[in-house]
Design a protein. Sequence first.
Length: 127
Amino acid sequence: MGREIISTDQAPQAIGTYSQAVRVGSTVYLSGQIALDPQSMTLVEGDTEAEVRRVFENLQAVARAAGGSLDDTVKLNVFLVDLAHFALVNRVMAEYFQEPYPARAAIGVASLPRGANVEMDGILELG
């Protein structure tokens, strides 16, 4: 089974040695997204909520490029510099996802690239 590299200009370009996503069969592995604006490649201005929304928009753009949507997410990993924002992530996530919700982990981390407050990655099943 071959693998297909997924790429779109509707999400930030990779800032390292990785692809935006990789599809193997009907499974798509989304790389971590922080709140970079795809055009300027700078962190969005505003509060943590603005970052969370941009991250979901970036993940959605890559999911679409793979032929799916966030509704196809089976696993989501959330990395937060401050776990006090957990309820905020839940509230915003409810705007982007429908039940049944994907499996998820929320992990507190010391820091993220570019000084971001949140990063997320995930796995889609397009089966």
